[in-house]
Design a protein around this ligand. Structure first.
Ligand code: NAI
Ligand SMILES: O=C(O)C(=O)[C@H](O)COP(=O)(O)O
Length: 380
């Protein structure tokens, strides 16, 4: 069999070489000619998979090593009898780490504790629910919205209007343009006006969930309003004026932990094995390296709130990615190329639970706080 895959997918040889020849191609520019002889196509979010790409090809199975599927024409795949698998939840932990890092910077800048914030979470799927559990464990007030969920399964549900009244509103929905509750431009001039004047918006879902032109106007007119964007309308050619007005901006890397990417590959591998009736021989644990940062230690004197912020940012520091994007965009002669290069060359990052945190046995409050934030806490 021939397997055509996005060159930015890790562990391709380890998981797929037993099935045939692997041909690596740049995902953004993948063409019908690239996939014509493929039996299996494996993509990431930057490849539009539709009739134009697949008609006339030998492709029998498409896998995307991502959570989002808005780049895939699922109706076409079904009509054409092509098997499909995505990777639900593969990088949910990394997105939660991203949001927690953003919140830690926000509470620092306001000189407040996490418990003084209210957070509206729009979309209570893998990311939103993991985030809500984390925040509730940390005693942060959460206003959760999801019209497709049942309170019996996910707990208290609020309306979108209620979530808009929070100090922070963070989006974790898919990007949809049809159905009863489409998310395309769900944050627009009208809904932005319902947010607090000094609210903070976080978008780590898909760029077009937020009307970027309306957001730019809103930021220009409201000095106290802040926006943290990981995803942008028009990626990879983003609006650099909007970046200038954003408080923090990153190049669609919220889910880019090594753990998340490798989990995505493993989930597609499972999909291939099931589709072709092949045995599952490889396991991710065989390939995941030991975490680089092994341990962060706190003393009994460490103030709980400060220790929490330090540990969150030892796991992932959003300000580094913000700084890299701004300086690269400022010097860039080709915005598309620069945005994609930052993503391709993204440095190694691990999920929070791989970070071991040492605390003295008597520091119960500290231990509880760090455990609630998801760290692997050990007494020393
Ligand atoms: N920035 C990044 O690097 C990443 C972005 N993502 C994006 O985040 C999205 C969410 O990820 P998951 O939680 O894993 O997906 P999921 O599919 O598990 O959850 C999405 C939730 O949003 C809900 N939803 C749909 N329409 C809604 C609406 N109008 N209002 C409120 N809720 C609505 C769904 O019912 C579902 O529960 C993905 O679809 C993907 O586009 C995912 C991973 C990484
Ligand atoms: O999983 C998703 O959904 C994402 O947004 C991915 O993290 C995006 O990564 P790429 O597929 O664009 O590399």
């Amino acid at each position: 069999m021939q397997i055509v895959a996005d060159e930015n997918i890790p562990l391709l040889d380890q998981f797929f070489s037993e099935f045939g020849d692997i041909v690596r191609v740049p995902g953004r520019t993948m063409t019908a000619a690239d996939v014509a002889d493929a039996d299996i196509l494996i993509v990431r979010s930057v490849t539009q998979v539709n009739e134009q790409l697949l008609a006339g090809s030998k492709v029998k199975f498409v896998g995307t090593a991502t959570i989002g599927t808005d780049h895939i024409d699922l109706d076409y795949l079904e009509k054409a009898g092509i098997g499909f698998r995505s990777a639900p939840g593969c990088n949910a932990q990394a997105v939660v780490d991203y949001v927690l890092s953003a919140l830690s910077v926000l509470v620092d800048s306001r000189g407040i504790a996490f418990t003084e914030l209210s957070v509206g979470i729009v979309g209570l799927g893998n990311v939103g629910l993991l985030l809500r559990n984390r925040l509730e464990e940390m005693d942060v007030e959460v206003i959760g919205v999801d019209p497709f969920k049942d309170p019996e399964d996910v707990g208290v549900l609020s309306s979108f209007e209620e979530a808009l009244s929070a100090d922070v509103v963070t989006f974790h929905t898919p990007m949809t343009k049809s159905g009863d509750h489409p998310t395309w431009h769900m944050l627009n001039a009208e809904t932005l006006a319902k947010m607090k004047p000094d609210a903070c918006l976080i978008n780590a879902a898909r760029g077009a969930v937020v009307d970027n032109a309306a957001l730019l106007e809103h930021l220009k007119a409201n000095d106290d309003f802040s926006a943290i964007l990981d995803v942008w309308e028009g990626e990879p050619e983003i609006n650099t004026e909007l970046l200038d007005y954003c408080w923090l901006g990153t190049p669609h890397i919220a889910g880019y932990s090594l753990d998340g990417k490798m989990r995505g590959t493993e989930m597609v591998y499972h999909g291939v094995c099931e589709f072709f009736g092949l045995p599952i021989r490889c396991k991710l644990a065989q390939f995941l390296p030991e975490p680089g940062i092994k341990r962060v230690n706190f003393t009994e004197q460490a103030p709980v709130h400060q220790a929490l912020r330090t540990a969150i940012r030892a796991a992932y520091e959003i300000r580094v990615d913000d700084g890299v994007l701004r300086s690269a965009m400022r010097r860039s002669k080709n915005l598309r190329e620069t945005f994609d290069r930052l993503r391709k060359e993204y440095p190694l990052r691990r999920d929070t639970p791989t970070l071991r945190v040492g605390v003295p046995a008597r520091a119960h409050d500290l231990m509880d706080a760090l455990t609630s934030a998801g760290f692997d806490v050990r007494t020393k």
